[in-house]
Design a protein. Structure first.
Lengths: 288, 931
C-alpha cells in the first residue's frame, strides 16, 4: 500500500478545515471496511487519511426527534440494528443492515459510510431511498440536507463538495398505517454482495414505492403509478403487469455476479415478495 | 536458523530502511497489557499485531474482510484486523487468540472445539475461535441459527462447520453426540481420539509458514501484469530500486541464461517469465526488500512495457484452427502434437462400443468449471540459499519431491538441500508441487540472505486451480436399465505449464466409467493447454469432472427408463470382486452396502415431502498406485516414542493416526508418542502426501517399524530374562512371557536400562512401478463413495435449499471415526462449492474476473445443508493397518451429480453445466417453461 499520513481531528470544525485544505489529496475514514480494501488494492490512493471517529459530534448516536431518526455518521450497522430491533422500528432497514457483510464487518461499517461509498449494490441504500432519507452535510459553508437519491450521483460518485463531511443520515419515520420490506438476491446464503436488492414501501395512503439496488448506477426509486400494487387483493396478472412496467425502467448490467436479464427477472420476484410482506406489515399495524 | 546475515547490503545496496511512511505513536491495551508503539499509518492492525507485537495467532488470508482468519476483538467486539489501520487501535482494548487461553488452560469454547473435532488444518481456527468466543460470551446458550450467523464471517475450507456447530452446543452445555473419547492405552485405534497438535491450533500457537521469523530474512513481492498473455518489451526497475529498503529487483535478464525451467513431469515452467507471460499472474519481476510492506509498495513501481497478445482460455479457443500455441514448438521437441494445444491424446477402453446393441442411448455434453483450492493459508515460501547448500521452508505436501527438484535445478547434492515443511494450512492438492521456491532461491542466492515470499490470496488463486472440463458422453442401456457401454470424450482445460495435469487427466479418465460393471467402454481424454493458471492436483484428482458427466448419464437413463436412481445403481454398481476396468484389480469393497446405507440414511424409501427432490450418485477414485514410504520409530528407555514420518499433516490428521498406530503397537499411552515430520534432514524418505495414501502407505511403514521394534523387544527379553526366544511372543502392544503379559511400554522401562539406549525400528511400504500399466501400477485401493441429497428449489429465483446431504464411504476400517467424518464432511462441503457456487471466470483478455474472496464464493456456515451426515462401511478389507483404506476424497467425487439429480427430481430441469448457480437453474426453468 502506498504510505499515507493519518489525521484524527477531534472536532468537526477542525475536520473540515483540514479536509478543505487537502481536498482530493485526502480521504475520509469512518468504518474503513471499504476504504482500507480500496487503498490496499490500489483502486484508491491517498496522501492523507482523515479518521472521523475522533470527532465528538459524529460519535455513535441515534436520536429520535420530531418524526426523524438521526443516525450519526459514526454509528455502525451493529449499533443501528440493535437500536431498531429493540424498538421494533423500520424492519426493512433492519433487514438490510443485518446483511451488510459479516458480524465483523457490521461492527465497523457505518450507515453513513454505506451511503457515501455509493456502491450500486449497497443494501441499506434502496431502503433509505424508498423511505425518503436524507444525509446531513456539514462544511465550511454551513449545514445542508439532501435526499439520498440526489446525494448519490452514480457508481461511487456522491455530491460532496470540498470540505464537506456527511455528519448524519436522517430517516423520516413513516407515519400512520404503512408497511416496508426489504429483499435481496445473492449467490449464496452466507455473506455476499447483493446480485440485486429492493425495498418496497407502502405509505398511509396506500401509495407504493420501490427502491431498487444493483440495477442502475444510482439508486432508483419507482412509484407504482398503476395503483395495482397498493391493493393487496389485486390479481396476479395485474400485479405482474404493474411490476413489469416498473422493472422496465431499471438498467441492470451483466457482470461477474449475474446477467442483466437475471437481475431484471429477480427485480420482479423481489418486488412481488417485498410488496406482500409490506402489505402484511401494514395490515398488522406494525410500526414499519 | 540460518546462519548468518551475510551481506546485509547485497546488490542494490539500498538497505537500512525497514519501514515506509511516517510513524505515529499509539497507546492501546493488548490482551490486558498496555502497549505503546510507533507505527506507520498505512499498516493494518493485523500486520501490527503479527509483525510488531509478534502475536501471530491472527492469520492473513483474504485481506478484504471476507475470510475472518484475522478476527480479533476490539473493545469486546469481533472485527477483521486486516480492515483496521493499526492507528485506529489508539486507546482501544484488543484481545487476540493469545489472550483467550490462560496458559495451557483452554477456554470453554476452545476446549469444545477440540473435543468435538472442530479443528482440522487449524489455519482458520484462531479467527474462528474469536468469533465463537464473542458469541459464547454474549449469548452462552446460542442456538444453531445464531451460531451459523456468528461464524459466517469466518471461512473454513477443511469444512469443519458441522463439528463447530457441535462444539458450540457443547460449550452451551448441551449434550452432543459426537466427541472425542479419552484414549484407552493399547486400544486407541478405532476410537475418536483428539487431534495431536490440536491444542496449538485452538490457542493460536501453531506456527504456519507465514509465522516463521528467520534471522536476516528479506521479503519478496512478485510483479505481475493485469493481462492474461503479453509480450514483455522492457522492464524499468529504477523507481523500485530507488525506494529505501529495496535490496534488489530481479527480472529474467538477471538470471543465469537460459532461464531454467522446472516441473514435476515436464520441465516447462520458467523460474520467472521470459519474454512472454502465458497466464494472468505469471511473474515478470520480483522485488526484494527489508519489509514486505516496502517490497509490495516498490513492486507497484516496476514499469513493464508490454503488448497484450491473444490468449486462449477456453477449450474451444485452444482447439480452434490457427489458435495461438500456448507452448512454442521448441518447448515440445519430438512431440507429434506440438503444433497444437493438445498435450496428449489418451485412449482407454475395452469391449466393443460400436457393436453394443442398446435399447436406449443417452448422449450429452457436460462442463465442469475451473475452480481454485482456496486453502485458507495462502502459499508461502522461505529459502536460505547459499552457494553450496540450501534450506527451504515450504508448507509443501511433497517435501522430498521439492528437495529433488531444487537439487536438480541448482545442481546441489540432495543432502545439501534441506526442506522444512511446516504443517500446511490446508493443501487439497494445491501444495504438492514446487511453485515459486526456485524464484525465491535465486533471489536468496543473489542477495546472500534468507528470502520470504508469502502470496496474497489473489496471487494464490493465480497459482493453483483445478482443470476445467468438457465431457461428451454417449451411453447405452438395455430397457431394463443394464449399462451396456460408455463412449467418453473428455477434454480437460489445463494451464500454460503442465505441472501434474497430465496425470490428473490420465488418472481421472482411466476410471471414467466409475464403479460400475461396464461391458464396453471407449475413453478418449485430452489435456488441453491454455493461457491460464497451471492446473494441478486437487482433491479428487481428475475424477469429479468426468464423474459429473458419467453419473449424469446414469441419472438421465434412469429418468428416461422410469427407473429409480437407487435401483439403477444397485443393478449396475460392481460389488466386491467384480471387474470395473477390464484387466484391472476388481472392486475392493462391498460397494453396494455403501449405496444401500446412503439410501437408508437419506430415507430414500420414505414419502418425499411435497416440493422436494432426491438424488443419489456414486464415485470411485484410484488410490495411490506406486511409491515408497519409510518410517522410523524410536522407543526410548522411559517408554517415550518418537515417530519419524515424511508425511505432511495438512489437516487430514495424519499425525494423530500415526500416533494411534504406534501407541497401540507398543502398548504405550497415546500421549507418550511424539511425531517428527516435515524436515528432510531428519525424517526418512516419503514419496508424497497425496491420493489419500498416508494412512495406507505411511501407516503400514510405521506398523512395520513397530514390528522391527517387536523383534528387538524379544531379543531384549531373551537377553535380560534369560528366556529362549521361542517362549516369547508379541501380541498387539503386549509382550507375552511364560509367566506374564506386559505392555511393551512397561517392559522396556524395566529392561532397556541395561542396554543403555533405545530401540529403533525401521519400516517401509513400497509399491513398485509397473511400466506397462497406464497408471504405473494398479491402485492400492479405491475410494468409493455414495452421496445422496434431498433438496428444495425456489422456482422463482433458482436457489437450492439442501435439507439432507448424506455421504457414505467404503473405508475398510476407520482408525479414528471422528477424523474420518471430518475428512468426509470436508470433501462433501468442498463438493458443494463446485456444485453450487465456485468458478473462475475469465475475460476476453485472459484475466481472472473474480480474483479474490469477494467474488469467488465458497461454502460458509450459513450455506451448510440443514443436515449433513456421514456413514462409513467397515469391512476391514483395505491394504492399510487394520484393513483401512484412504478416505479423504470420496465425498467430493459425486456431490455434483447427486445434487443435480435431486434438483432434476424437484423441478424437472436437468443441469449439465456446473456450478448450479441460482441464475443457471433459473435459466433452465425459463427454458423449460418456454419449451
Amino acid at each position: 500500500m502506498k504510505p499515507f499520513d493519518f489525521i484524527m481531528p477531534g472536532s468537526l470544525s477542525e475536520a473540515y478545515t483540514v479536509w478543505e485544505e487537502l481536498g482530493p489529496a485526502a480521504r475520509l475514514l469512518a468504518g474503513g471496511t471499504d476504504l482500507t480494501v480500496a487503498l490496499r488494492h490500489g483502486h484508491l490512493a491517498t496522501d492523507v487519511v482523515i479518521d472521523l471517529k475522533g470527532i465528538a459530534e459524529l460519535k455513535p448516536d441515534i436520536e429520535d426527534d420530531a418524526g426523524w431518526l438521526r443516525v450519526s455518521a459514526g454509528t455502525t450497522m451493529t449499533t443501528l440494528c440493535r437500536y431498531l430491533s429493540e424498538r421494533a422500528l423500520l424492519p426493512a432497514l433492519q433487514e438490510a443492515a443485518r446483511v451488510v457483510g459479516s458480524i465483523q464487518i457490521r461492527n465497523r461499517a457505518t450507515l453513513a459510510g454505506n451511503v457515501c461509498n455509493a456502491s450500486p449494490a449497497a443494501d441499506t441504500v434502496p431502503v433509505l431511498a424508498a423511505l425518503g432519507a436524507e444525509v446531513e452535510i456539514c462544511g465550511p459553508e454551513g449545514t445542508r440536507r439532501t435526499l439520498i437519491t440526489a446525494f448519490i450521483e452514480g457508481n461511487r460518485q456522491i455530491d460532496l463538495q470540498r470540505g464537506e463531511i456527511v455528519t448524519a443520515v436522517l430517516i423520516p419515520k413513516p407515519q400512520g398505517r404503512h408497511g416496508c420490506a426489504f429483499d435481496r438476491i445473492t449467490r449464496r446464503r452466507g455473506v455476499d454482495l447483493a446480485t440485486a436488492n429492493l425495498c418496497c414501501n407502502i405509505d398511509d395512503k396506500g401509495a407504493v414505492l420501490f427502491g431498487l439496488g444493483a440495477v442502475s448506477p444510482r439508486p432508483l426509486v419507482l412509484t407504482d403509478e398503476s395503483g395495482v400494487m397498493g391493493d393487496p387483493k389485486a390479481n396476479h396478472e395485474d400485479r405482474a403487469k404493474a411490476i413489469q412496467v416498473m422493472a422496465a425502467k431499471a438498467r441492470p448490467i451483466s457482470d461477474v455476479r449475474a446477467s442483466a436479464d437475471y437481475r431484471s427477472a429477480m427485480l420482479c420476484i423481489m418486488a412481488d415478495r417485498a410488496c406482500k410482506t409490506a402489505h402484511a406489515r401494514r395490515a398488522g399495524g406494525m410500526d414499519a | 536458523m540460518p546462519d548468518t546475515l551475510k551481506s546485509l547490503g547485497g546488490p542494490g545496496a539500498n538497505s537500512g530502511a525497514t519501514t515506509l511512511g511516517s510513524l505515529k505513536t499509539m497507546d492501546l491495551m493488548v490482551n490486558g497489557q498496555p502497549v505503546t508503539r510507533e507505527v506507520a499509518a498505512h499498516i493494518s492492525l493485523l500486520d501490527f499485531l503479527r509483525d510488531d507485537l509478534k502475536l501471530k495467532g491472527a492469520k492473513e488470508c483474504c485481506a478484504v474482510g471476507e475470510c475472518g482468519a484475522c478476527t480479533v476483538l476490539v473493545d469486546g467486539e469481533p472485527v477483521n484486523a486486516c480492515l483496521l489501520l493499526a492507528v485506529e487501535g489508539q486507546g482501544k482494548s484488543i484481545e487476540t487468540i493469545e489472550g483467550v487461553s490462560k496458559g495451557a488452560q483452554l477456554s470453554t469454547v476452545q476446549h469444545s472445539f477440540l473435543k468435538c473435532g472442530g479443528v482440522q488444518c487449524g489455519f482458520c481456527i484462531p479467527g474462528m475461535v474469536m468469533s465463537a468466543e464473542a458469541l459464547h460470551r454474549a449469548m452462552p446458550e446460542a442456538g444453531e441459527v445464531q451460531v451459523r450467523e456468528a461464524l459466517s464471517g469466518n471461512l473454513c475450507r477443511c469444512g469443519g462447520y458441522n463439528r463447530m456447530f457441535d462444539a458450540m452446543r457443547d460449550a452451551a452445555g448441551q449434550k452432543v453426540q459426537c466427541h472425542t473419547t479419552a484414549p484407552i492405552t493399547g486400544a486407541t485405534v478405532g476410537a475418536d481420539i483428539s487431534r495431536l497438535g490440536g491444542v496449538e491450533r485452538v490457542n493460536g500457537s501453531q506456527e504456519f509458514l507465514a509465522d516463521l521469523d528467520i534471522a536476516g530474512m528479506a521479503h519478496l513481492k512478485l510483479v505481475t501484469l493485469d493481462v492474461g498473455r503479453a509480450q514483455i518489451k522492457r522492464i524499468d526497475t529504477s523507481k523500485a530500486h530507488a525506494v529505501p529498503g529495496v535490496i534488489d529487483v530481479v527480472t529474467a535478464a538477471d538470471l543465469p541464461q537460459p532461464v531454467a525451467r522446472f516441473g514435476p513431469a515436464y520441465q516447462d515452467r520458467p523460474i520467472i517469465a521470459v519474454g512472454e507471460t502465458r497466464y494472468h499472474g505469471e511473474p515478470v519481476a520480483a522485488v526484494v526488500a527489508e519489509s514486505k510492506d516496502i517490497a509490495a509498495y516498490a513492486a507497484g513501481l516496476v514499469e513493464v512495457e508490454h503488448v497484450a497478445l491473444p490468449a486462449v482460455t477456453s477449450i474451444d479457443a485452444a482447439l480452434a484452427q490457427g489458435a495461438p500455441l500456448v507452448q512454442p514448438v521448441e518447448l515440445r521437441p519430438d512431440d507429434p502434437l506440438a503444433g497444437s494445444n493438445v498435450l496428449k491424446e489418451l485412449n482407454f477402453g475395452w469391449g466393443d462400443v460400436d457393436g453394443a446393441a442398446a435399447d436406449l442411448v443417452v448422449e450429452k455434453t457436460y462442463t465442469f468449471p475451473m475452480v481454485t483450492h482456496f486453502a485458507i493459508e495462502p502459499h508461502g515460501f522461505i529459502v536460505d540459499a547459499q552457494e553450496d547448500r540450501m534450506k527451504i521452508w515450504s508448507p509443501v505436501q511433497h517435501p522430498f519431491l521439492l528437495q529433488k527438484i531444487m537439487a536438480g535445478l541448482f545442481d546441489l547434492p540432495l543432502g545439501a538441500v534441506q526442506v522444512i515443511a511446516p504443517d500446511p494450512g490446508g493443501g487439497f492438492g494445491g501444495k504438492q508441487m514446487p511453485k515459486f521456491e526456485p524464484l525465491v532461491a535465486v533471489v536468496s542466492r543473489r542477495i546472500g540472505r534468507p528470502v520470504r515470499l508469502v502470496l496474497t490470496l489473489e496471487e494464490t488463486f493465480q497459482a493453483v486451480r483445478r482443470a476445467g472440463a468438457r465431457i461428451h458422453v454417449r451411453s447405452g442401456f438395455s430397457k431394463d436399465g443394464d449399462l451396456l457401454f460408455h463412449d467418453i470424450q473428455s477434454d480437460y482445460l489445463i494451464g500454460a505449464y503442465v505441472d501434474i495435469a497430465e496425470r490428473v487427466t490420465t488418472k481421472g479418465n482411466y476410471l471414467a466409467c466409475g464403479p460400475y460393471r461396464v461391458p464396453n467402454a471407449r475413453i478418449r481424454a485430452r489435456p488441453v493447454l491454455s493461457h491460464t493458471t497451471p492446473s494441478c492436483a486437487y482433491r479428487g484428482f481428475g475424477t469429479p469432472q468426468v464423474n459429473w458427466a458419467v453419473e449424469g448419464q446414469i441419472n438421465e437413463a434412469a429418468r428416461q427408463l422410469g427407473i429409480d436412481g437407487l435401483e439403477i445403481r444397485l443393478r449396475n454398481v460392481a460389488d466386491k470382486g467384480q471387474e470395473i476396468v477390464r484387466g484391472e484389480v476388481p472392486a475392493d469393497g462391498h460397494w453396494l452396502q455403501a449405496v444401500q446405507r446412503a439410501a437408508d440414511m437419506l430415507g430414500w424409501d420414505t414419502t418425499k415431502p411435497a416440493g422436494r427432490g432426491r438424488g443419489i450418485a456414486v464415485g470411485i477414485k484410484a488410490g495411490a498406485t506406486t511409491g515408497l514410504s519409510n518410517a522410523m520409530v524410536r522407543l526410548l528407555a522411559d517408554g517415550s516414542i518418537l515417530v519419524f514420518a515424511g508425511t505432511s499433516d495438512m489437516g487430514q490428521g495424519a499425525r494423530t493416526i500415526f500416533a494411534q498406530i504406534a501407541a497401540d503397537a507398543l502398548g504405550a499411552p497415546y500421549d507418550r508418542v511424539s511425531l517428527i515430520m516435515g524436515d528432510t534432514d531428519v525424517v526418512p524418505f516419503d514419496l508424497q502426501t497425496s491420493a489419500s495414501r498416508s494412512t495406507v502407505f505411511m501407516g503400514t511403514a510405521i506398523t512395520r517399524a513397530c514390528e522391527d521394534i517387536h523383534a528387538q523387544v524379544i531379543e531384549l527379553a531373551c537377553d535380560t530374562l534369560g528366556i529362549p526366544e521361542t517362549e516369547i511372543r508379541i501380541e498387539g502392544g503386549v509382550i507375552v512371557l511364560p509367566d506374564r503379559r506386559e505392555p511393551i511400554f512397561d517392559f522396556v522401562q524395566k529392561s532397556l536400562g541395561s542396554w543403555n539406549g533405545e530401540l529403533i525400528g525401521n519400516g517401509r511400504m513400497r509399491k513398485p512401478n509397473v511400466a506397462e500399466h497406464p497408471l504405473g501400477g494398479s491402485p492400492a485401493f479405491f475410494e468409493f463413495n455414495c452421496t445422496a441429497f434431498e433438496v428444495e428449489v425456489d422456482r422463482d429465483t433458482g436457489e437450492v435449499m439442501i435439507h439432507k446431504h448424506v455421504t457414505v464411504g467404503d473405508v475398510g476400517k476407520a482408525l479414528n471415526p471422528l477424523h474420518v467424518e471430518m475428512q468426509d464432511e470436508g470433501a462433501a462441503i468442498m463438493g458443494l462449492g463446485h456444485s453450487l457456487y465456485e468458478q473462475i471466470l475469465m475475460d476476453d483478455a485472459g484475466r481472472i474476473r473474480n480474483l479474490g474472496a469477494i467474488d469467488y464464493r465458497i461454502v460458509t456456515s450459513k450455506d451448510m445443508p440443514v443436515r449433513l451426515s456421514t456413514g462409513m462401511i467397515e469391512n476391514e478389507d483395505g491394504p492399510g493397518p487394520k484393513g483401512s483404506k484412504g478416505v479423504s476424497e470420496g465425498a467430493i467425487l459425486c456431490t455434483a451429480p447427486a445434487l443435480g439429480a435431486a434438483v432434476a427430481d424437484a423441478i424437472g430441469v436437468v443441469i449439465t453445466d456446473l456450478p448450479m448457480t441460482p441464475e443457471r437453474i433459473w435459466r433452465a426453468i425459463q427454458e423449460q417453461t418456454l419449451g
